[in-house]
Structure formats: C-alpha cells, structure tokens
Design a protein around this ligand. Structure first.
Ligand code: SAM
Ligand code: SF4
Ligand code: SF4
Length: 340
C-alpha cells in the first residue's frame, strides 16, 4: 500500500493556511471555560501557532512523527472474490459508509504533514467518483496519492483524469496466466482485466505499478509476474501473505521467520481510516491491547483532536517496538524498501 511516489504538486495556498489556523484555534477557544480569559488565551495561542506554523504542523508538534501516510480503506465491498482475502466477505452497510466530505476534511487538516495518501479497500474503484474527488483535492493540496486496485473497473475517462492529476495507480496481480489468475481472483476476470492493465500501462506510463502477494499458493507464479513486469518496464512490489481473515492461503515464510528478521515496523507513520470513519494507527491494531478500540471517528471529531489524545500518543509509543508479521505489509514498511 505504501507505494513510493516522487511527484510533488502545488504548494498550499492562503486558504489552506487560514483553514489550519481556524482548525487549531477554534477548538482551543472552546476549551477555555472562563469567558474573560478567551481573548488573551486566543491571542497567546495565535502567537504560538504563528511561531510553530512555519516549522511544524500541529500533528507533528503533538504527535512527534516527521511525516505521515494517510491510508483510507474506502470500502470493504469488492467485485472480486480472492481466496487470499476475507475483506470482501464483510461489506459495510450503506448507512455506515463514511460521507466523502469527512475524508476530504481530514485530508485538508493533515496535508501539511503528509507525504502520501493511499486509497485501498475492498475495491476502491467501486467509489470511482469519490476517488476522483479525493485525487483532485490531494493534487490541490500538494499531497501525492496512490490507489491500489484490482483494475476491473478501470476505464479511459478515469485513466485520463488520473494521469492529469499525476497520481500513482497500483494494480494487484498474482499471476499472468489465465487459469491461475481466475483461480486467484475467485472470478473469471483475466480476459476482462488484462486488456485494462495494458491500457493503464499505455496511458499512465511510470504512474502505474504492480503489487503481488507471496504465499505457498502463489510462489510459483510471482517470479513470472516479476519477469512480465520487467518486460513491460513496470515497477513491481511483493507483499508477504498475511492474515486477512480468509484462511484459504498459507505463508511461504513462517511467522517466526517474519518476526525474527530484525527489521522494525514503520507503521507509526500511518493514520488509517476505516470505511465508517474510524481511525486507527495500523490496520492490525487489534494485536495491541491499548489500540483495540478505534482512536475516534472522523465523522464525529476533528482528526487532529483524535490524534492528540493521550491514548493515541501512548499507542504510538508502543508501536515503536511492536513486532508482528504484519510489519511486512507494504504500508508498514519504510518507503525506500518498496518497488524495485
Ligand atoms: C486488500 S487489497 C484492496 C485493493 C484492491 N482490491 C486490490 O486487490 O488491489 C490491497 C492489497 O492487499 C493485497 N492482499 C490481499 N489479501 C492479502 C493477504 N491475505 N495478505 C497480504 N496481502 C493481501 C492485495 O493483493 C492488494 O495488493
Ligand atoms: S484482494 Fe482486493 S480484489 Fe481481491 S477480494 Fe480482496 S479486496 Fe477484492
Ligand atoms: S507490527 Fe503490526 S500491529 Fe505492530 S505496529 Fe506494526 S503493523 Fe501494527
């Protein structure tokens, strides 16, 4: 998911600075109980904001991370049925799907400290219009964006706009051979999707990447995918199979080997949003007792307030030394280790 990106778009403008100021000072003013103290406290807060504004964003000041990746699992719903993945089995009810405006606000609030926003799912392109809205906003705010997709719903209009916006598209491929492909996707989609991938390659060029999942079931196929990518001139990343709640595939590398390999987890940089707006620090947060419950919900609270709570900062500290197999997920690795 955390997929290397080198594009830097527009710089933030005056409106964004104003939004940042109001977004920080207004909740502060509301917390001052004595009405006589509101004006002097707001003045002091404004001085503090002005001093720090040019050095560190609020999220960095309170939260202590140099730069963040904002990951949005826009939906659990999917139009494929991959046996490796259990996400599609639990689509969220319509009533629990976050309104797009809440996510856009969240992006605006965090953009100063983001090096990337990543959209995943389920299948993100089921919400193609929202993806374009987010992509446009990200471009305005100067935040690079990555969308991870199974490519079934790609079309020329989407690719044209996505290309213009300069973002990266990652397509998941675990085999380049028809029968294995169809088995791995749980749907006979090879003949529908392969031409779309070739179209995406033609239209997006270097903005297209490929990601594969390595498991016992796919280990014969991944070298063939890697070779195909090499021939096509596409960057390729391999993610180790993890527990996504499906239990149909098995690890090619033991859990012990994954844990004992001496690499740290880089997930502290992450701010993850579930389809209903719940905020967590990594999608495997349930492994950390203090992080089991979401930290908040962006439909009900400001994201910076959520991230500045005592529990959020405690969870972030615990994550410094956290060591589970999920550290091998692309989104939990340092950028430099992805896509070769
Ligand atoms: C959950 S999918 C969502 C996006 C989109 N539906 C897709 O398949 O690209 C995000 C990434 O996770 C990968 N993935 C799925 N199941 C996995 C598992 N059990 N372990 C590791 N990665 C997995 C997918 O191949 C994809 O690259
Ligand atoms: S891996 Fe992606 S395409 Fe496959 S079922 Fe899961 S969400 Fe859908
Ligand atoms: S090891 Fe897993 S649970 Fe621990 S912080 Fe990293 S991603 Fe989260």
């Amino acid at each position: 998911m955390s997929l290397v990106y080198r594009f830097k778009a527009n710089q933030p403008n005056f409106t964004h600075v104003l939004q940042d100021f109001v977004g920080e000072v207004l909740p502060f003013a509301k917390r001052v109980n004595n009405p006589l103290l509101v004006a002097p406290m707001v003045l002091l807060k404004s001085i503090e904001w002005s001093i720090y504004r040019w050095h560190k964003t609020p999220i960095r000041r309170f939260y202590g991370i140099k730069s963040n990746e904002l990951l949005y699992m826009i939906t659990n719903a999917c139009n494929d049925r991959c046996p490796k993945c259990g996400i599609w089995e639990r689509p969220e009810p319509k009533s629990q799907h976050l309104m797009i405006g809440h996510f856009i606000n969240c992006l605006k609030r965090l953009h100063h400290n983001l090096y990337q926003v990543t959209l995943t799912g389920g299948e993100p392109l089921l919400f193609k219009r929202d993806i374009v809205l987010i992509a446009e906003e990200a471009r305005k705010l100067g935040v690079p964006m990555v969308t991870v997709t199974n490519a079934r719903l790609l079309d020329e209009a989407f690719l044209t706009r996505y290309k213009e916006l300069g973002h990266v598209l990652v397509i998941s491929i675990d085999s380049v051979e028809r029968s294995k492909w169809n088995e791995f996707r749980g749907t006979p989609s090879f003949d529908i999707v392969m031409p779309k991938i070739l179209l995406a390659k033609k239209m997006l060029g270097d903005q297209l990447r490929i990601q594969s999942v390595l498991s016992k079931e796919s280990e014969q196929e991944i070298p063939k995918v890697a070779e195909w990518c090499r021939q096509q001139g596409l960057q390729h990343n391999v993610q180790l199979y993890q527990d996504f709640g499906a239990y149909n595939w098995s690890n090619a590398i033991t859990q012990k080997e994954m844990v004992d390999d001496g690499t740290p987890c880089a997930a502290r940089k992450n701010i993850c949003i579930y389809p209903n707006g719940d905020v967590v620090k990594c999608f495997d947060h349930r492994r950390i007792p203090l992080a089991k419950e979401p930290l908040g919900n962006i439909a009900k609270q400001d994201i910076i307030e959520i991230l500045c709570t005592k529990r959020s900062t405690e969870v972030s500290k615990i994550m410094k030394t956290c060591n589970f197999p999920c550290k091998h997920m692309s989104c939990n690795k340092p950028q430099a280790l992805l896509f070769r």
